[in-house]
Design a protein around this ligand. Structure first.
Ligand code: C2O
Ligand code: CU
Ligand code: CU
Length: 521
């Protein structure tokens, strides 16, 4: 049984923080004595990862199966999700101990249409409690799968709701209090695709697994016994960085392209790593959707940054017979000095190889008009709030407390939140239940990739966002939704808060005591 716990703890992170402030304080790595300049120089050189040309693309890209469902007499779609442990032969020799959903590693792609009632029979076959959170989903707090909906070992959970949001690429992953990084790293994650009439009527590539591909991009590290190593990177305040990139659980993946246009549904499913996606020949590609759904029109670019938890749908064109690699390029983290390098900002990574057939079918196109633009910039604002992220565990000077509801918002109202990263480290910001509109970044109009609906944004050092969101439908004075940094070691350390959605006249209530034993065998 795989029992590797997170080996990071707050004391260790504090030690690293102290160490790093020393680094910054004395003006750079070269000046530090940490067992000698030579040793630090070695670590420094080692910190930059360049895997281009070193990855053998020998494994066909796995495409997660579409989850099967049954329909009950009322038309509700019911999906079975069994959370289990298993092993995967990632490397020659011993198999790697993993966790998965309906299989040994990762989970099936859940796909359903707006308006449908969906229900899940979640069974936890692990030796410890976990949960399934539906990242990006608009749904009642009691169905959200956050830390208040932990499913005990051997227990089950039956969330159900009506899909009521535009077509989008969402995802699901565990959210147990303080243990999310470990659970995601062990393999618990999957995609949740919502379709709607608009998306089904578009000429975009949409044949799942053929020209419409889920791409769950994650980094891993293997120890000498081929087991996942989750130790935080040396000197990093962001936690874990792996040196092996996998897509949908495939190391060194290649995909045989059979169509001129291919849609990639990119998910940064990593714990801490930022990806700056681009192709090996710098070809342009079209961004057609962000976290919360389709953009009003495509945006052509040759680089796209995604921080942990963010998604993007891109469409890329191929020529017959060519081979090209998707990579992650050195990214601007907003770090100054050596901090960027120890947090992966300088890394150059091969991600996936695309091999185009000698002839390609050409039946899809990128429409001029795709989706609808967010429209909250002119809405009446009921409340403004500010959120300052700092250190690795605080928002507005406080760490997550399961019993503390930080504030309540009014059902039906629009709020503007100012989100600030006041320190020298990378963060990001995710809000449950809603999709928001980015109004400004550092006082300026957001760039194109932030003009669609978002639920997660990269928050580089010293950055400030203004975001607007409307809270609708599900009120519950007692059960909160979360907002947090999606760098999972930060989330687990307490960089998270809770809010409730209140109906008219309702006051903030009391978080119910979490049941510890709701096992039904
Ligand atoms: Cu992707 Cu609160 O989570
Ligand atoms: Cu979420
Ligand atoms: Cu953070």
């Amino acid at each position: 049984m795989y029992a590797a716990g997170p080996r990071t703890n707050i004391a260790a992170m504090k030690r690293r923080k102290a160490l790093k402030w020393t680094l910054v304080g004395v003006g750079g790595v070269g000046a530090v004595t940490l067992g000698g300049v030579g040793y630090v120089g070695y670590l420094w050189a080692d910190a930059k990862l360049d895997t281009v040309g070193k990855v053998d693309f020998t494994n066909p890209l796995a495409v997660p199966p579409l989850a099967e469902s049954t329909q009950d007499s009322s038309g509700t779609r019911i999906f079975d999700l069994e959370i289990q442990s298993g092993t995967v032969p990632f490397k020659n020799g011993r198999e790697t101990d993993t966790w998965g959903i309906n299989g040994a590693f990762l989970g099936p792609t859940i796909r359903a249409k707006r308006g449908e009632e969906v229900a899940f029979a979640v069974r936890n076959r692990l030796d410890e409690g976990t949960s399934i959170h539906w990242h990006g989903m608009h749904l009642p707090a009691v169905m959200d799968g956050g830390p208040h909906q932990e499913v005990a070992s051997g227990g089950d959970w039956a969330p159900q709701w009506t899909l009521n949001q535009p077509a989008a690429t969402l995802w699901y992953h565990p959210h147990p209090h303080g243990r999310t990084a470990k659970h995601v790293y062990n393999g618990l994650a999957g995609m949740f695709i919502i379709d709607d009439d608009t998306s089904e009527g578009l000429s975009l590539p949409s044949e799942y697994g053929v020209d419409d591909l889920p791409m769950i991009v994650q980094d891993r590290k293997f120890d000498d016994a081929n087991q996942f190593d989750d130790q935080a990177a040396f000197l990093s305040m962001q936690g874990f960085f792996g040196d092996s990139i996998m897509v949908n659980g495939t190391l060194g993946p290649y995909f045989d392209v059979s169509t001129r246009l291919v849609r990639l549904r990119l998910l940064n499913g990593s714990l801490s790593r930022l990806y700056n996606f681009g192709f090996s020949d710098d070809r342009p590609f079209s961004l057609v959707a962000t976290d919360g759904g389709l953009l009003p029109s495509a945006w052509e670019t040759d680089r796209l940054q995604l921080s942990p938890g963010e998604r993007a749908e891109i469409v890329v064109a191929f020529e017959p017979g060519e081979t090209v690699q998707l990579r992650s390029y050195p990214a601007s983290h907003g770090y100054t000095g050596p901090l960027g390098r120890v947090n992966g900002a300088d890394d150059l990574l091969d991600v996936c190889e695309f091999r185009a057939a000698g002839t390609l079918t050409d039946e899809t196109a990128i429409p001029a008009v795709i989706g609808e633009a967010p429209d909250l910039e002119s809405a009446e604002v009921a409340e403004e709030r500010s959120f300052a992220l700092s250190g690795f565990n605080q928002i507005n000077g406080e760490s997550m407390d399961m019993e503390r509801i930080d504030f309540g918002v009014r059902e039906g109202s629009v709020e503007v939140w100012e989100v600030t990263n006041g320190d020298g480290y990378m963060h990001n910001f995710h809000v449950h239940d809603v999709q928001f509109q980015v109004l400004s970044v550092n006082g300026e109009e957001p760039s194109e990739h932030l003009r669609g609906w978002k639920d997660t944004i990269q928050l580089a050092p010293q950055w400030k966002y203004r975001i607007a969101m409307r809270f609708t439908d599900y009120t519950d004075p007692n059960l909160p939704y979360m907002y947090h940094c999606h760098i999972l070691s930060h989330e687990d350390s307490g960089m998270m808060g809770q809010f409730v959605v209140l109906g008219e006249g309702e006051e903030i209530g009391q978080v119910p005591v979490v049941e510890t034993a709701h096992s039904h065998g």
